[in-house]
Write a protein that binds this ligand. Structure first.
Ligand code: 5GP
Ligand code: ZN
Length: 115
């Protein structure tokens, strides 16, 4: 855990968060400022600042984040209607919280290219 990381504090229960899922390696919670009817953040329990900081040994962890997203999406009836998974890596891509998080967005239509 990183002492000055917002998402580490949510995972540790030190600040409130609306938990959606947890297991030994992955934690998921509702985004505080949802951009779609479903907007869940799926994060590794371990503090990893950006996608750049994942190592070759993190293949299983990276895969588990996606599989948790798939499971939450299915549970919310989004498997057929569709959903979007997004990682913002670094400020230039819109990353504002430097603890890796996968955005699961669903429940509305999305356009491409993203803004
Ligand atoms: P980023 O811009 O880094 O890809 O996404 C950060 C996300 O974290 C944003 O969608 C933002 O709404 C969300 N967020 C920021 N602060 C909090 C918070 O205190 N609690 C929760 N649940 N989400 C937060
Ligand atoms: Zn963290």
């Amino acid at each position: 855990m990183s002492d000055d990381c917002l998402f580490c504090k949510i995972i540790a229960g030190k600040i409130p968060g609306r938990k959606v899922y947890e297991d030994d390696a992955v934690y998921a919670f509702e985004d505080i400022n949802p951009q779609a009817p479903t907007h869940v953040l799926i994060v590794p329990r371990r503090h990893v600042a950006t996608i750049n900081d994942l190592g070759d040994g993190d293949a299983e962890l990276a895969g588990r984040l996606v599989l948790v997203a798939r499971r939450i999406a299915a549970g919310r009836g989004l498997a057929e209607s569709g959903y979007r998974l997004v990682y913002n890596c670094q400020a230039g891509a819109g990353q504002t919280v430097f603890h890796v998080h996968l955005h699961l967005l669903g429940g509305r239509n999305f356009t491409w290219p993203p803004g």
